[in-house]
Design a protein around this ligand. Structure first.
Ligand code: PLP
Length: 473
């Protein structure tokens, strides 16, 4: 152990041996009671000790309190084993007010979608079987008729997500050839999706047109050549360019492209099927308006404003969609039956717009009036039992739609701001976050804030219980 300080040597000597920990009587009895195997317990014991050894060697701080004696190690090991046997993806309560929170799983599915998923998952299904004809069917056809009805397109298909849709479209329609796109639309979404990089991976050649703030019709006209395969528009879904800006409007772009026999593809990003702009919320064009304006292909996400499962929906001219369906990538990017079941149930709601806004949690959360939320926060605060330590204020706030959609849209909302005399606000936030289920809010001006726009009525009881346990354990 030369090269280490005396202190480091002493600390490492204090580590238990793997055998001593894994075969500690308290562990052996416990593991037999819960039928955990000796192998997994030993492996985890080794991992825990190794982690601590590395930490001590790196000189990062003192031995942790939880590793002071063998009983502490035993407790740590039990926790590690239990954690291994517990699902790691679990529900959380979203008090951030961000409706489509990418880190929290984006859209919450409708009850109808959840029921449909469960039914299809529990049983065999007609995923690729045409029951009426007694012959092989296509999974694409399961939702195609709904997408075409809702968007007005001739044909449609579904892939894993919208990033996959963009990739498939560029690959099939423009591999080795040029795609024209305005510089103002070269977007990055969520740090992991860049149009320019997807384009490069797909084998299509990016041909930038115009400038960041202004692109004119003649910019496209001049850029079209025998190398051009596609004209692409990307909906700048997660930012707004304001001021001295100009983009070529879709009908005009369609005219330019079609006069040179080129297809136009619009990546809509969010994919609005319900007219939110009609409620004065944002300016997202509904998918059917984009098809009507002449786009030959469109694509959008299933789990953004549509409010369904993760999916990429492609709609457009039959001739182009048929080519996409035949591409080998369609097989690689296909979605499973559970996703299709959820997507179909979500799309069914859109056949009746008044049903969509009642059934689909994402639309409901966006459209809930601030007064309704206010009444709920007041009722919630009224149910808090008299606590000397805790202070709750009801405050006005602003929710965001999030998920890289409706940039700049702020929805007026009401929040519960919580503070505690016996605990710092940072500790309070941590305690809520580590509660089961985790309750995620934000800290602002030394208050812990919960926005009730994204909290379901049925979760309020859990939050009340959490407050009582955290503040008054
Ligand atoms: C969100 C988004 C994507 C990526 O969609 P995913 O479904 O997250 O893969 C692509 N393009 C635009 C314009 C988007 O807003």
């Amino acid at each position: 152990m030369s090269g280490f300080t005396n202190q480091q040597q002493n600390r490492m000597r204090s580590l238990p041996s793997v055998h001593k920990l894994a075969y500690h009587p308290a562990i052996v009895n416990w593991r037999e009671e819960y039928s955990y195997t000796a192998e997994e317990v030993t492996a985890l014991a080794q991992q825990l000790i190794e982690q601590e050894r590395k930490r001590l060697l790196s000189g990062e701080g003192e031995p942790q309190e939880c590793h002071q004696n063998i009983d502490d190690w035993v407790m740590q090991l039990k926790e590690a084993v239990e954690k291994l046997h517990t699902p790691s993806i679990v529900p959380v309560i979203n008090g951030t007010g961000i409706i489509l929170h990418t880190n929290l799983g984006r859209a919450v599915l409708s009850e109808r979608a959840v029921e449909q998923m469960v039914q299809v998952a529990r049983s065999y299904s007609n995923l690729e079987y045409n029951v009426a004809a007694g012959s092989r069917g296509s999974r694409h056809e399961l939702v195609e008729h709904l997408v075409t009805r809702i968007t007005g397109a001739e044909a449609a298909m579904v892939v894993n997500n919208n990033a996959a849709a963009v990739f498939l479209i560029l690959r099939e329609l423009a591999k080795g050839r040029e795609v024209l796109i305005s510089r103002g639309q070269l977007v990055e979404i969520g740090g992991s999706f860049r149009i320019s990089e997807i384009m490069e991976e797909s084998g299509a050649i990016l041909r930038e047109v115009g400038t960041t703030n202004k692109t004119h019709p003649y910019d496209y006209e001049r850029a079209i050549s025998s190398e051009t395969a596609l004209v692409m528009r990307v909906h700048t879904s997660n930012f707004t360019i304001t001021g001295f800006t100009e983009e070529v409007r879709l009908p005009e772009l369609v005219q330019i492209a079609h006069s040179r026999e080129l297809p136009v593809y619009e990546d809509l990003g969010s994919g609005v099927l319900y007219d939110l702009a009609g409620h004065g919320i944002g300016q997202e064009p509904v998918a059917s308006a984009v098809i009507k304006a002449g786009a030959d292909v469109i694509s959008f996400s299933g789990d953004k404003l549509l409010g369904g499962p993760q999916a990429g929906i492609i709609a457009g001219k039959s001739e182009l969609i048929n080519r996409l369906k035949k591409n080998q990538l369609a097989r690689i990017l296909r979605v499973d039956k559970v996703t299709l079941a959820a997507l179909e149930a979500t799309l069914l709601a859109y056949l009746k717009p008044e049903l969509a806004i009642k059934e689909i949690p994402t639309l409901r959360a966006i459209l809930t009036p601030a007064d309704e939320i206010k009444a709920r926060v007041y009722a919630f605060a009224g149910r808090l039992k008299e606590q000397t330590h805790i202070e709750v204020r009801i405050c006005k706030g602003e929710s965001e739609v999030g998920g890289g959609t409706l940039p700049g849209v702020r929805l007026p909302t009401w929040t519960a701001a919580i503070r505690c005399a016996s605990m710092s606000t940072a500790s309070l936030e941590k305690a809520f976050r580590r509660y089961q289920p985790a309750i995620i809010g934000r800290v602002q001006d030394d208050w812990f804030i919960l926005d009730f726009r994204t909290i379901h009525h049925s979760q309020e009881g859990t939050i009340l219980l959490a407050i009582n346990q955290i503040v008054d354990p």
